[in-house]
Design a protein around this ligand. Structure first.
Ligand code: UDX
Length: 447
């Protein structure tokens, strides 16, 4: 394949995108400003747990036994500029400290570092999630600072991958969105995606602002679905309904759809919470804040689920203080199949109970190291069985398959109190009740 690809930033998005591009047959050069990350990737390792990614890296990273050698890494911007026909910008855009707004400093500095090295025609493709209007501003910067001038074009091509499914989502996306200004950019992007990725995949060509907005709108919609069902859970809790049945029943309507209707302790992670906040902040700057005031409610429904889980545990334990009570917490990551604990509802609930005097022991299949870093004062166990030993209550807070496959009878031997609270509505109530457990879940009747 003739096009040469670079990928700037090697987090979840960049590392996966680089490996996927190599898998499709392109020569790929990845860049990160952190040399330790590059050293890991060169060994075919990733700083995070993402199913299938290390296998893909080992298949392509140059110098590894049996690899195609199509994927290399560097920290040198000049090498990136000289190598690439298409440069994908995959750096992260976190929430600004103490504000709702998005921190654009990594994107801005990536473009500023790359521009002076663009001596020949190139397409710079933003994949990061950015506030509407960013691409316009960055295109001006590129044209003014790249030696190639107008031949260094920009496009915006948002990425919709989910953690835990990053490889699958990158290789089999639902749609490709191409925010472009001219025909050349569209042609080049079509060429990149004219690989198996693009076959049969809808290719939506838009202007810059629409491409930027598609991503924030999609994440806002997903967050809204989750908070909607969690609001229904609150009403069920008050009125005696069963939110899981309610979700099943409304989900059969194709217009609503069954996905993202699992009630529980809500959404977390590095995307949905910060994206809806950045969206509100940007709308405010544009004088359109009224259009998104509902997102404030989505955020607040989501955040209060965590406190409600804590209260549910307190009540199930007979009320009063957590002092001296032993609480086992199954799950620390914000979702299963990830080691990411950023804004994790599970860890937040564990932390709240700990701060209220509870003796909390956490177990998570992949998130222990990250959880320890964020919350070193919590207790940690090497297995679910060890965590629940002697527990007055077991809280199921991240729906790992390992937890669904637990044997309630064996666990009951270790935790004779046999009280389990399902913060994710993911365990089988009958299975646990038959083994003598008191099973309670958010938004569902107590028996
Ligand atoms: C999300 C978007 O799905 C993805 O398209 C975008 O590119 C990045 O943000 P991700 O953050 O990996 O992906 O997680 P996702 O699978 O969307 O889950 C987000 C959170 O919502 C998790 O904490 C999950 O537990 C929670 N969730 C999800 C629910 O509480 N209920 C549900 O029904 C679904």
């Amino acid at each position: 394949m003739s096009l040469k690809i670079t990928v700037i930033g090697t987090g979840y998005l960049g590392a996966t995108h680089a490996a996927a591009m190599a898998e499709l047959g392109f020569e790929v050069l990845g860049l990160d400003v952190v040399p330790e990350k590059i050293a890991m990737l060169e060994r075919g390792e990733t700083p995070m747990y993402e199913p299938g990614l290390e296998e893909l890296l080992r298949k392509h990273v140059v110098g590894l036994e049996g690899s195609t050698g199509r994927l290399r890494f560097t920290t040198d911007w000049a090498e990136i500029g000289a190598f690439g026909d298409v440069h994908f910008v995959c750096v992260n855009t976190p929430q600004k400290h103490g504000e709702y707004a998005c921190d654009m400093s990594y994107v801005d500095s990536a473009i500023a570092s790359l521009a002076p090295h663009l001596h020949r025609p190139a397409l710079v493709v933003g994949k990061s999630t950015v506030p509407v209007g960013s691409a316009e501003r960055l295109a001006v910067h590129l044209a003014e600072n790249a030696p190639a001038g107008g031949d260094a074009e920009l496009a915006w091509n948002p990425e919709f991958l989910r953690e835990g499914f990053a490889v699958e989502d990158t290789l089999h996306p639902d749609r490709i969105v191409a925010g472009v200004r001219g025909e050349r950019a569209e042609k080049l992007l079509r060429e990149v995606y004219a690989t198996p990725i693009g076959e049969g995949t809808p290719f939506v060509v838009t202007d810059f602002p629409t491409a930027e907005l598609v991503k924030t709108a999609a994440n806002s919609f997903l967050a809204t679905k989750i908070s909607f069902i969690n609001a229904m859970a609150e009403v069920c809790e008050a009125g005696g309904g069963d939110v899981a049945k309610l979700a099943e029943a409304i989900g059969y309507d194709d217009r609503i759809g069954a996905k993202f209707l699992r009630a529980g302790i809500g959404f977390g992670g590095g995307c949905l919470p910060k994206d809806i906040r950045a969206f509100m902040a940007r709308a405010g700057e544009l004088g359109a804040d009224q259009a998104l005031t509902f997102l404030r409610e989505i955020d607040s429904i989501n955040m209060r689920r965590r406190g409600q889980m804590v209260e549910m545990a307190r009540e199930a334990l007979g009320g009063g203080s957590f002092l001296g009570r032993r609480i086992a917490v199954l799950g620390a990551t914000f979702k299963p199949d990830s080691d990411d604990v950023r804004d994790s509802p599970a860890l937040n609930v564990a932390g709240q109970i700990h701060l209220q005097g509870g003796q909390v022991t956490v177990y998570d299949p992949k998130g222990m190291d990250n959880a320890r870093k964020v919350f070193p004062t919590l207790g940690y166990a090497g297995s679910a069985l060890e965590a629940v030993r002697g527990a007055d209550a077991v809280l199921h807070l991240t729906e790992w398959r390992e937890f669904r496959e637990l044997d309630p009878a064996a666990l009951g031997e270790a935790a004779p109190a046999r009280l389990i609270l399902d913060g994710r509505n993911a365990l089988d109530p009958q299975l646990w009740r038959r083994a003598g457990w008191t099973y309670r879940a958010m938004g569902r009747p107590t028996a």
